[in-house]
Design a protein around this ligand. Structure first.
Ligand code: ADP
Ligand code: MG
Length: 336
């Protein structure tokens, strides 16, 4: 058996297994691209939970005609100008989302920069057609049809349209919480399911997304320490849920899932809340980029902190202080 280099389409398809497991992960990449492009209005349209179709339209800076084809090439990115991956401030940086998605779906990329003409490119399961002109407002629109339709092995692992839709909705909610300055609209099978105005207060945005009752049952979290800041909204211990699903955590504007953060939240509320109940909250941690590594996994939802104990301490103290101020006190509790 001789060694050979794999053709690019095959490489993309293998990578697609990591970057896009399901419609929600493709959607996440597309919305992140829109945010990275400076959009302040993002419209998402889904068909059948994204299995049949996903479309994301933004009013961001668009892509130059000469670069549209490059956007579909593997490891091509406009976001690492000086090769300092530790310094990355955009949500994307790996340059693999579009080529990966395009290798396992029919992807239509349309883009127009302000003052220029619009152009469209179709990548049908890895086969890229020539660029054609198109009329459109300034910005970018990416349509993904039939994700994994031609990859039966992968399609088999997808769940019902209903649960894929739930996962897509979760992604939109998380990214919309992270960016209360941006307007988001979500439509599913012709029905408008979410409509969030741009420029909302963070508390309003969080309450509108999670639960309007949170508006009257929350404390504001705000703590700064050594260049690290923690901000957000957390429920009073009297307002709780049966699962931790409504705990939204963000690190430098990026929604993350992190055991350390979940554990810190649990610790902060331990004195106030029954073990099987969970507070509802959205916490935003901002720290110098060199304090956190986001390049742990292609999906970029895991992070590694340089000083996990410090981060844990910030969360426990930030939450306890906020709860204290709201009059929740426990005698002789050791300071975090
Ligand atoms: P990454 O986001 O990691 O750079 P992607 O494959 O997601 O990689 O996108 C490749 C490139 O295509 C981006 O670096 C960006 O220049 C361009 N691009 C993708 N989506 C958009 C968009 N919505 N608006 C403007 N440019 C975009
Ligand atoms: Mg991207």
């Amino acid at each position: 058996m001789s060694i050979r280099r794999l053709p690019e389409t095959l490489v993309n398809r293998i990578a697609a297994g990591e970057v896009v497991e399901r419609p929600a992960s493709a959607l996440k990449e597309l919305i992140e691209n829109a945010l990275d492009a400076g959009a302040d209005t993002i419209a998402v349209t889904l068909r059948q939970g994204g299995l049949d179709g996903i479309a994301v339209t933004d009013n961001g800076h668009g892509i130059a005609q000469g670069e549209i084809a490059l956007a579909l090439e593997r490891h091509a990115t406009s976001k690492l100008p000086d090769e300092a991956i530790e310094q990355v401030r955009t949500l994307g940086f790996r340059g693999e989302a579009l080529p990966s998605i395009g290798s396992v779906s029919r992807l239509t990329l349309s883009s127009r920069q302000p003052g220029a003409d619009g152009w469209r490119l179709i990548c049908d399961n890895g086969a890229i057609a020539p660029l054609v002109p198109c009329a459109m407002p300034a910005g970018t629109r990416v349509e993904v049809d039939g994700l994994f339709a031609r990859v039966p092995a992968r399609r088999k692992f997808l769940r019902s349209a209903r649960s894929e839709y739930a996962a897509c909705l979760d992604i939109v909610r998380r990214l919309a919480m992270a960016r209360n300055d941006v307007s988001f609209v979500l439509e599913h099978d012709g029905r408008r399911v979410l409509s969030l105005p741009g420029g909302q207060d963070r508390e309003d945005r969080v309450a509108q997304i999670i639960d309007r009752e949170l508006a009257d049952n929350h404390v504001i979290v705000a703590l700064e320490r050594e260049g690290v800041s923690l901000a957000g909204v957390a429920s009073l211990p009297t307002f709780h849920r049966g699962s931790a699903d409504h705990q939204y955590l963000f690190v430098n504007g990026r929604p993350v899932r992190d055991r350390l953060l979940v554990g810190a939240v649990r610790g902060a509320y331990a004195d106030f809340i029954a073990r099987d109940r969970h507070p509802v909250l959205a916490l935003f941690l901002a720290l110098p980029v060199e304090e956190v590594d986001v390049n742990v996994h292609p999906a970029k939802t895991e992070v590694r902190f340089r000083d996990p104990a410090f981060v844990r301490g910030m969360i426990v103290s930030g939450l306890r202080r906020a709860l204290d101020e709201a009059g929740m006190r426990v005698a002789n509790r050791p300071e975090a």
